[in-house]
Write a new protein. Structure first.
Length: 480
């Protein structure tokens, strides 16, 4: 019996039982052929249901040594390789139906050093894993807004979340990482060791190896923070977002805020006035040490119009981090997102967002506006691979639906909304909020990385000249 896998050069590789047995013997984890092994259920299914097909061959790794073996196995045979950490890639970059999937989802350990304010996080950990351990000490590092997001993909792509204005991006708080590179070497990257690799993984994506552990800087946050979550009628979005824009532009760095539009489901325990109602949610976190003072600072967000419902209150930070989880159920939704940055959130831009939000293709499609700045902008654009350090606003169209028959229409709406928004954007995109459907893997890297792309290409050529790690927002190796 043999299994056939796709090679990186497009050819097919036929692996015999003996070869598969060699891989199985080399791993402490398990090797899964084709579909899910009934004896070893898939630990972390793909989030985007458009990319739910199982890999032809999966190496479920338990630690760095397993990853070294899996990378070596793939390199020797020229196999097409994918890497899954949290499996939350909007573009399905943690799926590879015809190749070898290196699965880190069992590697979720988090070790906190409260005295040094550091957390060492394994490569398969989810945001909720980190928050649970760090909040036991009243500490946190900037991570995303959905607790089931993988730490790896978030950080390697930058990392926006509820603490950005005060403490920067996830990648800005990375102090060290252990990386298995394409040649099988294990490198510890930091400002002083493998500095080029360290620079590249802070925003340059999964192009440079498999990160098996991250060490993050921690900050005093919580356990209670001030939270604003105010639901206004969607038809008031234009007025509400204009007032929000003025507040957000002047807010202190302790405040990170955004606006999201959705049709709120008929959730048990929530008032009927918002059941199946299109709403604009103005959300914010004040991460300062006094939640009562934070609530006073956030009060204007509760007075931008006439709310339908107001969830604002001092709240455990870990609860805030999971509050949007119900809108992003794993494996249940099909998704195609498009994002772009704006230098100015003009009245015309707001009116366009309001019109598009009222014309969404389905109730679970979101139209979002994020305020950026503070600590994110305090970093030089060339200090890390993540180059976007000037735009004060970002817009994303999170097109989501459940019926495969709606694929064509839903994707067309997402593209159309994004293209209409380009007249207000500055031409730059955020790759973690970018779907992939018939677009090449390197699409958007030029605008996302700007001047940093040339250096990234040179580092890629040094560390991965054969482009073993190409199933990502791919950077082409460019020697010299």
């Amino acid at each position: 019996m043999t299994v056939t896998l796709l090679r990186a050069d497009g050819a097919r590789e036929h692996l015999s039982d003996d070869v598969l047995d060699e891989l199985d013997a080399a791993l402490r984890g398990t090797v899964v052929l084709g579909g899910t092994d009934p004896g070893a259920p898939e630990p972390c299914p793909e989030w985007n249901a458009m990319y739910g097909d199982p890999a032809a061959l999966t190496a479920r790794c338990t630690g760095t040594a397993d990853v070294v073996e899996a990378v070596g196995f793939a390199r020797e045979r020229g196999l097409l390789v994918g890497v899954r950490a949290g499996g939350h890639s909007v573009a399905g970059l943690s799926s590879i139906p015809d190749g070898l999937l290196i699965d880190l989802s069992a590697m979720r350990g988090v070790m906190v050093d409260p005295d040094r304010r550091l957390a060492r996080v394994q490569g398969g950990a989810l945001l909720g894993d980190v928050d649970r351990e760090t909040q036991a000490f009243g500490l946190a590092t900037p991570l995303g807004r959905v607790s089931e997001t993988g730490v790896a993909g978030l950080t390697l792509g930058g990392g926006y979340g509820h603490l950005n204005a005060k403490y920067g991006l996830s990648c800005d708080n990375l102090v060290e990482a252990q990386v298995v590179c394409a040649d099988g070497s294990v490198r510890t990257a930091s400002e002083t060791d493998d500095a080029d690799l360290f620079w590249a993984i802070r925003g340059g994506g999964g192009n440079f190896g498999v990160v098996t552990s991250f060490t993050f800087r921690l900050h005093p946050v919580g356990p209670i923070v001030a939270f604003a979550g105010v639901m206004y009628p969607l038809e008031d979005l234009g007025t509400v977002e204009r007032s929000w824009r003025e507040y957000a532009a002047a807010a202190p760095d302790e405040v990170t805020t955004f606006v999201v539009t959705m049709t709120f489901p008929a959730a048990p325990g929530m008032p009927e006035v918002i059941h199946d109602r299109p709403v604009a949610i103005v959300a914010a976190v004040h991460c300062g040490p006094d939640p009562d003072e934070g609530m006073r600072v956030l009060q204007p967000l509760r007075e931008l119009g006439t709310p339908l419902f107001d969830l604002s209150q001092p709240m455990p930070y870990s609860v805030v981090q999971a509050s949007f989880d119900p809108f992003f159920p794993r494996g249940a939704l099909r998704a195609y997102w498009k994002s772009q940055y704006l230098d100015e959130l003009s009245d015309d831009a707001i009116d366009t967002l309001a019109r598009r939000a009222a014309d969404r293709p389905g109730p679970i499609t979101l139209v979002n506006t994020f305020r950026l700045g503070g600590a994110v902008h305090a970093v030089d654009p060339e200090a890390t691979a993540f180059a976007e350090r000037t735009s004060p606003w970002m817009v994303s169209f999170d097109t989501m639906w459940s019926d495969p028959e709606q694929d064509e229409d839903a994707i067309a709406w997402g593209r159309s909304a994004w293209e209409e928004m380009t007249k207000y954007g500055n031409g730059r995109v955020f790759l973690n909020f970018t779907g992939r459907q018939d677009e090449p893997l390197q699409a958007g890297t030029d605008t996302a990385f700007g001047r940093n792309l040339h250096r990234l290409g040179r580092i890629k050529a040094d560390l991965d000249p054969d482009n073993v790690f190409q199933m990502n927002n791919n950077i082409i190796p460019t020697p010299g």
